[in-house]
Write a protein that binds this ligand. Sequence first.
Ligand code: NAP
Ligand code: SF4
Length: 682
Amino acid sequence: MSFMTSTTTKYPHLFSPLRIGAVTVKNRAIMGSMHTGLEEQEDGHIRMAEFFAERARGGVGLIITGGISPNEEGGLGAKLSNAEEVARHRVITDAVHAADPDVRICMQILHSGPLAPHDKCVAPSPVRSRIARFVPNELDETGIEKQIADFANCAKCAQDAGYDGVEIIGSAGYLLSTFLVEKTNLRTDRWGGSFENRMRFPLEIVRRSRAAVGEDFIIIFRIAAMDMLQGGMSWEEVVQLAHELEKAGVSVISTHFTWHESAVPTIATMVPRAAFTSVTGRLKKQVSVPVITSNRINMPDVAEAVLERGDADLVSMARPMLADSQFMKKAAEGREDEINTCIACNQACLDHTFGGNQEVSCLVNPRACHETQLVYKPTNAPKRIAVVGAGPAGLAYSTIAAERGHKVDLFDQSPEIGGQFNLAKRIPGKEEFYETLRYFKRQIEVTGVNAKLGKRVDADFLKSGAYDEIVLATGIAPRTPGIKGIDHPSVVGYIDAILGNKPIGKRVAIIGAGGIGFDVAELITHVGKSSALDIDKFAKEWGIDFENHPRGGVTGVEPVVEESPREVWLLQRKDTAVGKGLGKTTGWTHRLTLNRKGVKMVPGVTYESIDDAGLHCLVDGKPMTLEVDTIILCAGQEPLRDVYDAFEGSAENVSLVGGAYEAAELDAKRAINQAARLAAQV
Ligand code: NAP
Ligand code: SF4
């Protein structure tokens, strides 16, 4: 069998096969584990089968499923411990192997330990995590033996279900990692105390699992190579654990860089690409089994560079495979400019996983995890479609409709595509938005959308009969609050502030603390190069010491944030905590960054008036004057429907999408999802 093609020479490392024991993985790209929520659903195994099969067809070498518990205590709704559950998993493995027999699929065994959302949760000691709901129950000898046996049984069940291997997660604050770290393992018996004792539980799980599945089955162990905890694992302990894991029978070591409770962002868009792979590189030198690295590796050239400099043997990309199922195929065919790049926003994936009951998907690819439901079938009745507005909604609609075979004219009065994304890309830490714009620009070419930029169209033109369907993605207009003195020269709209069209003074009040208020605060308090583009600067800002690797990588290291050139007040009328509505998994990073830069976040504000003295307001009912030079309006948006209104309800073939449909809490996730669903049906 041949795994390389002539077109893959651009990424020779990424496309070289790797032997793992008796198994060959056809390239170095892993679709990393990510819980999708499908695991717990009645028909989830059928949807997961298609979700993974599509990625197998897309060229990835090895897939690792979302976490599955070995038992009830493990805390996930989905477990694998009996024949009935084996049969459900068989549907998934059969689909993947049928899609491509050379693609390997491993199942992740995840025991949440103290993070399990029920009062029967277990741990080495009754130490509650700051992000957990319950104090865990301390395991006794019998309980420990049961957990170990359940892991081995789960690994055997995975083998019976047709998986090529399992990944045992020993990081992130889940059960195994809490045995390893002193602050969560207070035991004085043979499972606690010395590091030899603290390692005993994970090592015993690996040994017993290996005994259950035989030599040829892949066992990956996910280790917290830098857990980002004050008092976390030392580098010597990480290395010692890796050595012992090898002896215990792991086939591959996968490096992870956080516990969920740590106060360092490791996957958000503000994290530089491949920021942590040097740590994997150091571990790789210590072991003989292959090593996997991960985190913010989202394009083939990034993966290739990591492999080329010898930081890892395999590269794990979880969210990038959500964003584009054909990632590796496109890389192989020299079509990397067609890759729909993961922008690390977390808005439709991890925010949904950790935020409750919403199904996981992807902001830039609403088909993710909905492969059986949202299908872009070629049309057999091509229509002439006019799309007005080349923001996220208009771009998604036109490219999907054109891909299906419709003839699409896309109009925008601006000479460039992107709408509000052109603002987002200018915010330090949001540079990935350039990739989405590059993707859509290329999709316009590939799908044959006729883009007519710099052209304003009106209802009369659209009514001329040239079009079967008219889609209005005309977007939004910033809201101007009715505050006395709002026309004062010190008042600047957020678009002008972000584009740098108006000078911004030294003392600034921002009216409105939604996503854009935070973005503007970040922009105007920022100095120098974006830390998302500079690993050293990022490490300093978040107190990570890559060189000396103190415990957890962070113990005793003070974050160093460059002083803001401005004094800033970020204001809102609500009396809830400022920034509460930001993304579940990333909001805290924005709040913390601005706090460290001295931005004053003030809720409960009533705006009274603006004049030469500044902004007069009431804060919690008390009068206050903020003596500021500039007031930036970030007070949300109103839909822009002038073209739609001109139809006066007369046209049945006119649709509104994106911000023009609903501007309240307008976001790109909703706009793209809505547009994609409409375009799939037209
Ligand atoms: P937004 O989230 O709706 O926030 C608008 C802000 O303006 C709120 O703080 C609101 O708070 C205030 N406001 C509303 N009406 C006002 C009025 N009449 N007078 C004074 N203040 C008023 O809108 P946005 O910040 O413009 O962001 C738009 C959307 O873009 C976001 O919802 C988000 O989905 C997306 N976005 C997301 C991110 C992110 O980090 N994920 C970043 C940028 C943008 P009060 O009513 O309490 O004053
Ligand atoms: Fe990446 Fe955002 Fe999509 Fe998640 S929602 S996969 S972070 S682009």
